[in-house]
Design a protein around this ligand. Structure first.
Ligand code: ATP
Ligand code: MG
Length: 380
């Protein structure tokens, strides 16, 4: 279990050096509010993810930064300069799309050099820059191949090389890995992150994949329906979601309807149907103040212990134990995920050491960890 003092291993952000600033940014498409008063400060050299469900305004935000979509209101500053009226090709940004859109009849080298050619970069400089980026990206041996002779991951690298050769200050990527299969996606995201780190290039990356965002980002901006829900490090978002939406979107959570029974300086007593438990007061978000109040308890599957009811010793820590019945399970190799019915509600529990006991069924006792639970105001 996590100690109170646990900290993320490395903080890689370059605090206090704003590179891209969105101020009260708004985009309306007729009656649709795609982006609603978005304020965001992105540090120089950082990797920032825009994360959220389909239609939440991620692509629209990225396109406003690149200049392809005109904001309805607010402003975008790059290195402190307003981008109002600055056309896309004059911005210090470059965008990599989900469809790599490589030219099929051009070799890797020609694809990568195309932008420089359009910008009338002299031939000698062009050759040198293209060679350098091909080398950097490990593409030299494929320089004379056509895109059709490359794997999906290699094509994605060419698309990235084509952006990087332009030496943008800000690299924008819109779901660049979504055409790759699951295994390759994990490998390419590790590569991408390593390239970003080596170049120290400010990167804004759009994804709806929470795992990708957690794995890659210095900071994540979670959006819903055009509105920023939380902006923080992966660690902050995971362990201190500031609302139910963020808790629900990041990680596999169960939400349980509870009633606040007792509040002390250090603890909160909760009723779940006819059962009672006690959690640290620190589990509470600001909006819960009264006993008798209905609330929603968010539980991380990895924060709950599970054992057969017969093995449960009810003299032990009963205030942290819930009793339920296994409804369903999935064996996922490294762990078994259980869906456990507790007072007609459902709690998800992961047993990360399944070989010890085999698959459980029937009546079980659930032991709640201290720091994985959060209480939010009841919805509806
Ligand atoms: N050109 C457009 N005209 C009208 N509505 C648009 C236009 N572009 C986007 N929208 C709307 O704006 C909202 C935000 O769209 P956006 O493409 O930014 O979402 P997204 O977060 O990138 O979603 P996805 O994950 O599906 O790519 C959606 O409701 C979408 O239908
Ligand atoms: Mg999109």
């Amino acid at each position: 279990m996590l100690q109170e003092t646990a900290q993320p291993l490395a903080e890689t952000t370059t605090e206090g050096n704003a590179h891209v600033e969105l101020t009260r940014l708004v985009k309306h498409f007729e009656e649709v509010v795609a982006v609603d008063n978005l304020d965001l400060t992105i540090e120089r050299g950082s990797f920032t993810c825009l994360l959220g469900p389909s239609g939440c305004g991620k692509t629209t935000t990225l396109r406003m930064i690149s200049g392809f979509v005109e904001p309805t209101g607010g402003d975008i500053l790059i290195s402190g300069r307003s981008q109002r009226g600055v056309p896309p090709h004059k911005r210090k940004t470059s965008i990599v799309f989900q469809e790599y859109a490589l030219f099929p009849h051009m070799t890797v080298r020609q694809n990568v050099g195309y932008g420089l050619k359009v910008h009338h970069t002299p031939k000698a400089e062009r050759t040198e820059r293209v060679d350098r980026i091909l080398e950097f990206m490990g593409l030299t041996s494929m320089a004379n191949r056509l895109p059709s002779m490359l794997s999906g991951g290699q094509q994605q690298r060419v698309a990235l090389a084509r952006s990087l050769v332009m030496e943008p200050e800000v690299l924008l990527m819109d779901e660049p890995l979504s055409n790759l299969d699951a295994k390759l996606r994990v490998r390419v995201r590790t590569e991408l992150k390593e390239i970003q780190r080596r170049l120290g290039i400010t990167t804004i990356y759009v994804t709806h994949d929470q795992e990708e965002a957690l794995a890659m980002s210095d900071r994540i901006a979670v959006m819903d329906e055009g509105v920023l829900q939380q902006y923080g490090t992966p660690w902050e978002l995971y362990f201190n979601p500031n609302n139910r939406f963020v808790a629900d979107f990041i990680g596999a959570n169960a939400f349980v309807d509870v009633r606040i029974e007792e509040l002390t300086d250090s603890t909160v007593g909760l009723a779940i149907g006819s059962q009672s438990i006690e959690l640290p007061r620190a589990s509470i978000t600001a909006d819960i103040e009264n006993t008798g109040q209905a609330a929603s308890l968010s539980l991380r599957p990895e924060g709950i212990g599970i054992r057969p009811a017969a093995e449960h010793d009810d003299t032990a820590d009963e205030r942290r134990t819930l009793h339920g019945t296994v409804r369903m399970y999935q064996f996922l190799g490294a762990y078994v995920r259980y869906w456990v019915a507790v007072e007609e509600q459902e709690i998800i529990v992961d047993d990360h050491n399944p070989k010890r006991r085999g698959i459980l069924s029937g009546k079980v006792a659930l032991h709640l960890g201290e720091w994985e639970a959060q209480l939010f105001p009841a919805t509806g």
